[in-house]
Design a protein around this ligand. Structure first.
Ligand SMILES: [Fe+2]
Length: 309
């Protein structure tokens, strides 16, 4: 894979979400995997990280699961500046085999899950602008590294995530022999929708029973100052034990706080649920999930259709 060249114009521009020529040019050249050229971060980028970190810290102490807190400590994630992915990976790799891998943007679904299977986590390197700390629809490095990566230090969670990657291969395997292309695409769309919903209600927005009551392990919650507390304490949120048959048929919207969340007992429990998801996929139980959000992007479907078994 050719490396994206750094131009003079890039220096000092920063790596700000929506305004990062280095990343946008890599994307326009079709380069998915890129380097984290650390020198490109501006002082304002580091300040965004610092401010996000400082206000999250007390909320993590109250609402995050213990493994997350432990992950932050053992990875020595810095509070005052954006972390170097190489520093993070040097510590993370020996723990669970996971590593953060810098990407230029959206990763089509099959490639994303296939990365998880290889224990590589596609990681955005840009950071949200300092005047938009609260909400950004697209992921940034604070979401990916402060929200996701500490969870990858925990063996059972890491195993569940890699197992989830296996499921994408199962989907390709069980549909590969189908002659009817239209039916194959329809079935894969349903399976991708089911997997996306499962991922959303666990890895992104999952709650867990902990020694201190209900805590969060989903990264969408762990990287959101407002929603983390809301998810745990608000009367407006319905919280139920995780049920696959419900989650895979449940539509979700990404532009507001989640009104419905699911609780797992442990990461061993989560691993067993992923196993069950795969069994159900083989039995055809994911072939006709309820329509509706998320809509499956053409790129996502194509990534499955074109995947090599
Ligand atoms: Fe995420």
């Amino acid at each position: 894979m050719p490396e994206a060249p750094v131009t003079v114009e890039d220096i000092g521009r920063g790596l700000t979400t929506g305004d990062a020529p280095f990343v946008e040019e890599a994307r326009s050249r079709g380069e998915l995997y890129i380097d984290q050229v650390y020198e490109l971060y501006s002082q304002a980028n580091h300040e965004s990280w610092h401010r996000l970190w400082d206000r999250m810290q007390p909320r993590w102490e109250r609402f995050a699961n213990d493994h997350f807190q432990h992950g932050i400590e053992v990875l020595h994630l810095p509070a005052d500046r954006i972390p170097h992915l190489t520093d993070v990976n040097r510590l993370l790799l020996p723990m669970t085999g996971f590593q953060a891998k810098a990407v230029s943007g959206y990763v089509p679904a099959f490639l994303f899950f296939d990365c998880l299977r290889r224990r590589e986590f596609p990681t955005t390197i840009t950071i949200r602008p300092s005047d938009h700390l609260d909400y950004l629809p697209e992921p940034d490095i604070f979401h990916d590294v402060a929200g996701h990566v500490p969870m990858h230090t925990e063996k059972a969670f890491a195993d569940a995530l890699a197992r989830f990657g296996d499921c994408a291969h199962t989907a390709v395997e069980i549909t590969a022999g189908m002659r009817d292309e239209k039916e194959r695409a329809r079935r894969l769309t349903s399976i991708i929708r089911a997997m996306s919903r499962f991922f959303w209600f666990t890895v992104e927005f999952g709650l867990m029973r902990g020694s201190r009551g209900i805590v969060a392990y989903g990264s969408g919650l762990l990287s959101s100052y407002g929603e983390l507390q809301h998810a745990i304490e608000s009367d407006e949120v319905a919280r139920y034990p995780m049920q696959i048959e419900w989650a895979i048929n449940q539509v979700f919207e990404i532009d507001h706080y989640q009104p419905l969340l699911f609780i797992v007992d442990s990461f061993e429990h989560l691993f067993d649920l992923v196993d069950q998801l795969e069994r159900w996929m083989r039995e055809g139980k994911l072939n006709n999930v309820a329509p509706g959000a998320p809509e499956i992007d053409e790129r996502d479907l194509r990534s499955f259709l074109e995947a090599v078994k």
